[in-house]
Design a protein around this ligand. Structure first.
Ligand code: URP
Ligand code: ZN
Ligand code: ZN
Length: 465
């Protein structure tokens, strides 16, 4: 049998094992894994590693961010950046504007994304209203239409839900078979600490971190887990930043609860001291939860190594630095309260974990595949179409050069932001080719071809099957 494309010579990695074989691709799918395969096109990949195309299941693109504030990425630049970082699927959040229904928001996001994406895309919902139409009609209908996961916030004025509201939303998830993702930080505690800091004149970017200390996240993590236990649903705690919140997740699992957890590159490579950089530069690192201390890094690594963390995502939430529509928003230099939260990272997530995790011997290639692709597909209803190099799956593959060594440089990245928090960070191991459904979309660090990404309808999470 002849294939459209054959990849030869690569070490082929999946979450369950590694082998040397050819990959035969036909009609955008993996048709054969074997030896001496024939194809119209041959990609010679000797010395390279073939990993499942990255799935980044925590990404914010073109998200409404308040009056006068604009995210640095639209779907063109965001997915271009994702593809150049070895990703083939991203899951951005769909946030309704104030007064907009969930269905209207989904339609608006779809219109912005359709035809503009270099990776495949599927949306998580954000539930900010709990009125009868949202919970009784829109949310169930959207879950049934394939939007099988949604996020609730315990922080951010205007987005945070009360405990009662979270329970109501979780009840819908239980009924419809969706995954609830929780941003766990205690808004009342943050508001108290913020007011006190401002009264004391502590208004620089660093105080974004001091007003969101570890107990703010640990308490909310515990509460979110308890609410999920009461409602009887599994949940995912996103962007876990520290050891105490990690312990809450481990304790819940010991009690038999189904709790999934995600962490991100910022929590193993950045610290709150980065928010204290000269002048206003600390604003480049303002995100929530904030980066912690170097003492927290090994606790997060332990969770990555031992399986507490199922997901390693970017929480890509890009703003430009030198821009009044970004980090330099009106009032941002007067108080950290006005600095838009979030940092860019969709292109650097995989190289950072590969270098710091695989190359430094902390995690295996198989675990890398699991927490950067396979688990994302399983948890969010894309498996087995996505997330693994196996027969019948979409031919979404990243070819990695494990020996390529170069620092992260803003000049080499493809996002819409004007900085990277990891400028100068030395990385060994980079993706050199990204293949989406059989077509190369990145080669040697440069995007290739016109946008061919599609929207993916999703099944229920694997855990509920
Ligand atoms: O600071 C962050 N992480 N902004 C993105 C929104 C969120 O909470 O995930
Ligand atoms: Zn969040
Ligand atoms: Zn986020």
């Amino acid at each position: 049998m002849s294939h459209d494309t054959v990849i030869t010579g690569a070490r082929v990695v999946s979450a369950s094992g590694t082998t040397h074989c050819d990959i035969g691709i036909t009609d955008g799918k993996i048709a054969t894994l074997g030896s001496s395969l024939k194809g119209t096109e041959t990609i010679e990949a000797g010395g390279l590693i073939a990993l499942p195309g990255g799935i980044d299941s925590h990404v914010h693109i073109s998200q409404p961010s308040g009056p006068g504030i604009e995210m640095a990425d639209d779907f063109t630049s965001g997915t271009r950046s994702a593809a150049c970082g070895g990703n083939t699927t991203i899951l951005p959040f769909c946030l309704p504007e104030e007064g907009q229904t969930l269905r209207e928001a989904v339609a608006a996001y779809r219109a912005r994304a359709d035809g503009n994406c270099m990776t495949d895309v599927s949306f998580h919902l954000i539930v900010r209203e709990t009125d009868p139409v949202t919970l009784g009609q829109d949310l169930p209908a959207l879950i049934q239409a394939g939007y099988t996961s949604f996020k609730v916030f315990m922080t951010y004025a205007g987005l945070a839900l009360s405990d009662r509201q979270i329970l109501e939303v979780m009840a819908v998830a239980k009924e419809q078979g969706a995954m609830v993702m929780v941003h766990a930080e205690n808004e009342d505690a943050i508001e108290f600490l913020r007011d006190r800091a401002e009264r004391a004149g502590e208004t620089g970017p660093f105080h974004h971190a001091t007003t969101r200390p570890v107990p703010v996240e640990r308490e909310a993590t515990h509460r979110a887990i308890s609410l999920a236990e009461i409602a009887g649903v599994p949940l995912t705690i996103v962007h876990v930043s520290n050891g105490e919140a990690t312990e809450e997740i481990m304790r819940a699992r010991q009690r038999g609860l189904t709790v999934f957890a995600e962490t991100c590159p910022q929590y193993i490579t950045l610290t709150a001291s980065d928010l204290d950089r000269d002048g206003f530069d600390g604003a480049k690192y303002v995100c929530s939860p904030p980066p912690r201390t170097v003492e927290e890094w090994p606790k997060i690594w332990a969770g990555i190594e031992q399986g507490t963390f199922d997901l390693f995502s970017s929480d890509h939430c890009p703003f430009r630095f030198n821009d009044p529509a970004g980090k330099d928003a009106p009032g941002a230099r007067k108080t950290f309260r006005n600095i838009p939260n979030g940092i860019p990272g969709v292109e650097t997530r995989l190289p950072i974990l590969f270098s710091e995790g695989v190359v430094k011997g902390r995690i295996s290639l198989e675990r890398f595949a699991a927490i950067t692709a396979t688990n994302h597909a399983r948890l969010y209803g894309l498996y087995p179409r996505k997330g693994a190099i196996m027969v019948g799956a979409d031919a979404d593959i990243a070819l990695w050069d494990p020996a390529l060594r170069k620092p992260i440089r803003q000049a080499d990245l493809h996002h819409g932001s004007d900085y990277t928090p990891w400028e100068g960070f030395e990385v060994t191991g980079w993706p050199v080719r990204t293949i989406l459904r059989g077509n190369t979309v990145m080669l040697d660090g440069a995007p290739i071809g016109s946008p061919s990404g599609t929207h993916l309808e999703r099944e229920a999470p694997d855990v509920l099957l």
